[in-house]
Write a protein that binds this ligand. Structure first.
Ligand SMILES: C[S@@+](CC[C@H](N)C(=O)[O-])C[C@H]1O[C@@H](n2cnc3c(N)ncnc32)[C@H](O)[C@@H]1O
Length: 216
């Protein structure tokens, strides 16, 4: 049976600002617990306000590893003012730009999980460029343009250890269903075509792949 979060963790996840539905959250948590058994850090690209991070942090705590979460905290294209997913409460009034870092910190503190998370603040490719540590789990939930989704894959997938998991969010094979473009779907197809990753499960738009070969 796959691992499920304790009621207080699930409640904190549900109360947190963010974009992940509960069904996908449960699949994310189960995958993170499984990957945690490798004893390597769990990494996410796309922190936003910490909703999915809560689940990774709790899985990391269970496994005795760290959850790492990457975001510049200035929001994706579709979260900017005037776009469908914009939340005015995320704008720093002093500089007029989005800043989701304070909400993220409050969210993780409130859930009692701050200790288990390392926030990496900056552009994903810039951080990935000097990354050298093998990872047991990489969850890609950052920018949805081809440029960003491809850079996330090329920057982080090489660090997924043998037997580790690569998760991709917002995979919509049918263009009718997509809302921010099909770049994550193209990245998912590329990962499968590489021969380096094998699909483990699909839960709505969340795909879980396992590294079963070298390369990306
Ligand atoms: C869809 S949200 C993440 C949602 C979050 N996982 C949740 O559960 O609510 C995408 C996030 O990716 C971040 N982002 C987009 N492109 C990025 C990049 N190139 N580098 C770092 N962060 C990026 C945005 O700032 C935004 O917070």
């Amino acid at each position: 049976m796959s691992a499920a979060p304790k009621p207080e963790i699930l409640a904190a996840f549900e109360a947190a600002k963010g974009f992940m539905p509960v069904g996908e959250g449960l699949a994310l948590y189960a995958a993170a617990v499984e990957a945690g058994r490798l004893g390597l850090p769990l990494l996410e690209v796309g922190t936003y306000c910490g909703r999915s991070t809560i689940l990774l942090a709790d899985a990391a705590r269970e496994a005795g590893v760290s959850a790492l979460t990457v975001d510049h905290h200035r929001g994706s294209e579709e979260q900017q003012p005037g776009w469908e997913y914009h939340d005015p409460a995320t704008v720093d009034p002093e500089i007029g730009l989005m800043d989701t870092l304070p909400t993220f910190r409050r969210t993780l503190h409130g859930a009692g999980l701050e200790e288990h998370v390392v926030a990496l603040v900056g552009r994903s490719p810039r951080i990935a460029a000097f990354w050298r540590t093998p990872l047991g789990f990489v969850f890609i939930d950052g920018g949805h343009t081809d440029e960003h989704a491809t850079a996330d894959y090329e920057g982080w997938a090489p660090h997924v250890a043998e037997g580790g998991l690569l998760l991709i969010h917002d995979v919509f094979p049918d263009p009718q269903d997509e809302f921010t473009g099909q770049a994550p779907y193209r990245v998912y197809l590329r990962a499968l075509a590489s021969g380096a990753f094998t699909e483990v499960s699909a839960t709505d738009s969340l795909r879980v792949l396992r590294r079963t070969g070298p390369g990306i």
